[in-house]
Design a protein around this ligand. Structure first.
Ligand code: AP5
Ligand code: MG
Length: 214
């Protein structure tokens, strides 16, 4: 099962993708998490990506396309994968289709997690992310057991650099301009499914399971 999670920044793509990966035993591939891991390790890719991410801009297509193309041919992807945060532009979507066609495959589902902009701005200020394992929390909705410490791996959880209010606004603008056109792209391919991302996370997940099958 090959799945794409679509949706605005903070819509809950990561939250849902992790649960999908667990339930269907497929890898969760988040380009944002890959960039953040590279930033933490101080790699060249991380240094380049940070420049764009901190401004709320997209990292250039050429830095991300190859990364994903190399990842989806790995052995653990043979039964499928869930892509979170990729593709984000039409050229990325076309590159993904080409890479899959070479492997004789295609995407099965593009799930749009729909949340309004107002709702997003409220969510992001409360999000805390673990730099160790990528787990996400929310200071009110899903707090860590011990303040500031990840329940899963014990690393520090922090406010992401790009979750400052002015950067969130910029990310939303970029989303509407560059990523939202993918909704039409996948609708035309006949694989688009939409879920209401403003409902409690368990309900959003139940809707997704309804789409993917139990
Ligand atoms: P990325 O890491 O992908 O960020 P994003 O798309 O902006 O999305 P987020 O991770 O912020 O949100 P999410 O939808 O995963 O929501 P979450 O589940 O955490 O990318 C970061 C940056 O990297 C980009 O800006 C760009 O610069 C670069 N980049 C990455 N991929 C790229 C690409 N392909 N091309 C170019 N550049 C790229 O949930 C958010 C919060 O809400 C959490 O606190 C969560 O607990 C809470 N929450 C979730 N669901 C619910 C619910 N149902 N009800 C209440 N609260 C909820
Ligand atoms: Mg995410």
């Amino acid at each position: 099962m090959k799945i794409i999670m679509l949706g605005a920044p903070g819509a809950g793509k990561g939250t849902q993708a992790k649960q999908i990966a667990d339930k269907y035993q497929i890898p969760h591939i988040s380009t944002g998490d890959i960039f953040r891991a590279n930033i933490k390790e101080g790699t060249e890719l991380g240094t380049k990506a940070k420049e764009y991410m901190d401004q709320g801009l997209l990292v250039p297509d050429e830095l991300v396309v190859e990364l994903v193309a190399d990842r989806i041919v790995k052995e653990d992807c043979k039964n499928g994968f869930v892509l979170d945060g990729f593709p984000r532009t039409i050229p990325q979507a076309e590159a993904l289709d080409e890479a899959l066609a070479k492997m004789g495959g295609k995407m099965d589902y593009a799930i749009d997690v729909d949340v309004s902009d107002e709702n997003i701005v409220n969510r992001m200020g409360g999000r805390r992310a673990c730099l160790g394992c990528g787990a996400t929390y929310h200071i009110v909705n899903i707090p860590t057991k011990v303040e500031g410490i990840c329940d899963k791996c014990g690393s520090e959880v922090v406010l992401r650099d790009d979750d400052k209010p002015e950067t969130v606004q910029k990310r939303l603008t970029v989303y509407h301009e560059q990523t939202q056109p993918l909704i039409d792209y996948y609708s035309q391919q006949g694989i688009l499914k939409s879920v209401d991302g403003t409902r409690p996370m368990e309900d959003v997940f139940a809707d997704i399971v309804g789409i993917l099958g139990a």
